[in-house]
Design a binder for this molecule. Structure first.
Ligand code: YYY
Ligand code: MG
Length: 139
């Protein structure tokens, strides 16, 4: 399997509770290399743009409020089979269904405040990475 990249962000609940260091440790111990990282804040409008694919879903408004409620830590990560392996590492969207040892099982509070994002395809990983990082920041 070729090395590729995925995009993640530690969400406001996990950053606010001081869990970002522990989450980054789990990510690095799972073999992911950090390509880009920063701490930033989304406006509600930018959160809406990031999650535009969910615009028609009933949870969209609350999701955008939540995702703009506090700082987040976006990252681009690299590893063999990065997108799929990272989805496995974070666990199911609903933490009640997340497997033991996954990031969401350990740190997520609810379906909405579920600690961390992970891209669902190589194509979206690239789009989402460029949403936060210029090309010269991705090394
Ligand atoms: O990719 P993933 O984050 O696991 O789930 P998505 O189905 O793409 O939903 C994005 C985001 O929306 C999810 O992480 C929490 C939130 N959400 C929600 O608040 N309520 C739902 N019923 C489904 C998703
Ligand atoms: Mg998704």
């Amino acid at each position: 399997m070729a090395t590729n990249r995925t995009f993640t962000m530690i969400k406001p609940d996990a950053v606010a509770e001081g869990n970002s260091g522990a989450i980054i440790k789990m990510i690095e111990e799972a073999g992911f290399r950090i390509v880009a990282i920063k701490k930033t804040l989304l406006t509600k409008e930018r959160a809406g743009e990031f999650y535009a694919v969910h615009a028609e879903r009933p949870f969209y408004g609350e999701l955008c409020d939540y995702m703009s409620s506090g700082p987040i830590i976006p990252m681009i990560l690299e590893k063999e089979n990065a997108v799929l392996d990272f989805r496995t590492l974070i666990g199911a969207t609903n933490p009640a269904q997340a497997a033991e040892g996954t990031i969401r099982k350990v740190f997520a509070k609810s379906v909405q405040a579920n600690a961390i994002h992970g891209s669902d395809s190589d194509e979206n990983a690239a789009i989402e990475g460029f949403f936060f990082f210029a090309g010269v920041e991705q090394f």
